[in-house]
Design a protein around this ligand. Structure first.
Ligand code: G6P
Length: 604
């Protein structure tokens, strides 16, 4: 995790860096720091906690330098403190480094440096990097060579930026398994962990690949591999506009992103699905006749999107689907071969476990397909095929619009596969029309949120909540429960409604809140019976439904538009996203930056 940003040009570096850090805070907010090259010396300012603390430091106003690097931290090695905040300097204060990632062999490197007479003052893994650069520079007298030697010594993951008075008008960056983009300006250049951090200044980007180094000045950008052979790279135009990464009058990014869902779903459907035409995906030529099993692998919300979409693949394509957490999949010797298609879902395209699972699947000969939101991210460069959700930048740590875009896209993919496999049917055609109707149906749900706000106000002080449903309603229960945990810190569990009697019902007592999701016409009666059972035991029940319900003593029923049950997670999740949001607001919590979490989990 952690976010890094860099600037080189003619502007004052500090405001650009602070703006970039503020937008990268979703990657961690334990401490932050800046280093600017000021009259040929390194000026470092750091603080514990949020970027706001750093921003308020008056020393920053005195810094006029045009070259700088900055960092916002999600602590891994060493407590969140000013001392452990980046940038870190070498002993001679010649090299300043910011780092996102984990250096796994830092203890060995630290011992090596201490034996050479270096003193490391922080508890971080990062501090070995500037000191190793310094060490190799003392042998090589060439900074680029010293950096290349240093990164050859590093095990683990890193995106680093290096500045030094010796480099004068350059910043050197390198990466392995942690993201880093270079934004191309006019007489200035930008570096960031993620595109939105510098989207205000440019739409043109280079994406650094693993084990590449870049030497950046205000008018040039050069690339090298780890052996310092020159590398040519293509510029990518990013279509996101900077307004899409601002709050646009909403109190929080999460609320804005919830309300963006009609648009993000529409963009994701794009031209892939049109009335009375076959689905179409550019450049997706997988030989499906050869595939006898699909694995969907992801983490967190992205995995829940996979669980919600499994039903459509099995129903329409008749291929068995298994959904797994990337962190488990990668260590369990999955039974995959060239007849397996592995689909990896990721908003960021940078999640460490998902990348590792993808590499494993590839090494075992399976075909790999990535479903990703961030263009050019690491996963897209490893997978055989990539299809993009077009949700736009998602800034809030809790994922909302990325989830619905993922479920939509996966359902379209299932239709596409079914058509290729020759399973056309009236049901499939109706399903396609229903996908096209989703943006309008989401708009209807968002028109009136007052009942959910009121219910959230009634129950926000509770300690535990339960979400139950069957089939795709169970899939959405899992996502709703995760959302609640993430941003409101209320303990919550999702259960398949039929499992309730096998244990969880023992936890229901007077006043316990249970949320039932009942949108499947074939299963609604079953779920309602289960809800009756908890009501009898004193539970406070809210139901999200699109069905005629029998008489039930629930506190609140939230109606969502009718749709095919395989698509219902896309609609029924929306009131539940809002429910978590309003609960967290009632508790006075920072919705966009929940404690201990980061949006992009680039470490194991
Ligand atoms: C973190 C985020 C979640 C996200 C998960 C997977 O836990 O907080 O919102 O679902 O990572 O991230 P990815 O970028 O791979 O979708």
């Amino acid at each position: 995790m952690c976010g890094i940003v860099g600037y080189i040009g003619t502007k004052k570096a500090v405001p650009v860096l602070i703006k970039g850090l503020l937008s990268l805070e979703y990657r961690g907010y334990d401490s932050s720091g800046i280093c600017v090259l000021e009259n040929n010396s390194l000026e470092v300012v750091k603080d514990k906690g949020r970027v706001k603390n750093l921003e308020e430091n008056p020393i920053l106003n005195t810094l006029n330098g045009n070259i700088g690097i900055a960092h916002t931290r999600w602590a891994t090695h060493g407590i969140p403190s000013k001392e452990n905040a980046h940038p870190h300097l070498d002993n001679s204060k010649t090299f300043a480094v910011v780092h996102n990632g984990i250096i796994e062999n830092y203890t060995d490197l630290r011992n090596f440096l201490e034996n050479k007479g270096y003193t490391l003052i922080s508890q971080t893994d990062t501090e070995v990097i500037p000191n190793l650069i310094s060490y190799y520079y003392s042998l090589e007298n060439d900074i680029l060579k010293a950096i290349a030697k240093t990164i050859k010594d590093l095990k683990g993951s890193y995106a680093i930026e290096v500045i030094s008075p010796l480099l004068k008008d350059k910043i050197i960056v390198a990466r392995k398994d942690s993201p880093l983009v270079i934004g191309i300006g006019n007489g200035e250049n930008f570096i960031a962990s993620d595109i939105p951090a510098v989207l205000n200044y440019t739409n043109k980007f280079y994406f650094l690949d693993d084990l590449e180094i870049s030497v950046i000045s205000k008018n040039s950008i050069e690339f090298y591999d780890i052996d310092l052979n020159k590398v040519e790279k293509d510029v990518k135009d990013i279509e996101w506009d900077c307004a899409s990464s601002e709050k646009n009058g909403f109190e929080d990014y999460m609320l804005k992103e919830i309300f963006e869902q009609p648009t993000s779903i529409m963009e994701t459907i794009g031209s892939r699905l049109k009335p009375n035409e076959k689905c179409y995906f550019d450049d997706l030529k997988i030989d499906l006749k050869d595939i006898n099993r699909i694995y969907i692998v992801a983490c967190g919300t992205a995995m829940h999107a996979g669980i919600a979409a499994k039903y459509a693949f099995e129903h329409f394509c008749k291929i068995p689907v298994e959904v797994d957490m990337a962190s488990e999949f990668r260590y369990r010797n999955p039974l995959i071969d060239k007849h397996t298609l592995c689909i990896f879902i990721s908003q960021s395209g940078e999640t460490a476990d998902t990348i590792a699972a993808l590499k494993l699947a590839k090494s075992l000969g399976s075909k790999t397909l990535a479903v990703v939101n961030v263009i050019g991210s690491s996963i897209t460069r490893v997978a055989d095929y990539t299809i993009y959700t077009h949700a736009g930048p998602e800034i809030a740590v809790a994922s909302t619009k990325a989830y619905t875009a993922q479920v939509v896209l996966l359902n379209i993919l299932a239709v596409y596969f079914a058509e290729i496999l020759g399973y056309s049917s009236k049901e499939l055609e109706d399903f396609k029309m229903e996908i096209l109707e989703l943006p309008d149906k989401v708009k209807i749900i968002l028109e009136d949120t007052s009942k959910i706000q009121e219910f959230a106000k009634e129950v926000y002080s509770q300690k535990d909540m339960f979400f139950i449903g069957r089939n795709t309603d169970y899939a959405v229960s899992m996502e709703a429960s995760l959302k609640l945990k993430e941003i409101s810190y209320i303990h919550s569990e999702a259960y398949a409604a039929g499992e309730l009697k096998h244990g969880p019902i023992a936890l229901i007592e007077n006043g316990t809140t249970v949320i039932g999701i009942a949108t499947n016409p074939n299963l609604v009666e079953k779920t309602i019976s289960n809800l009756e059972e908890v009501i009898t035991r004193g539970a406070n029940v809210m139901i999200v439904t699109n069905q005629e319900l029998p008489n039930i003593n629930s506190k609140l029923n939230i109606e969502v538009p009718k749709c095919n049950p395989m698509l219902s997670p896309i609609l029924s999740v929306i009131p539940l996203q809002l429910f978590s949001y309003y609960i967290a607001k009632n508790k006075g919590l920072d919705v966009d930056k929940p404690r201990n979490l980061a949006k992009s989990v680039t470490v194991e």
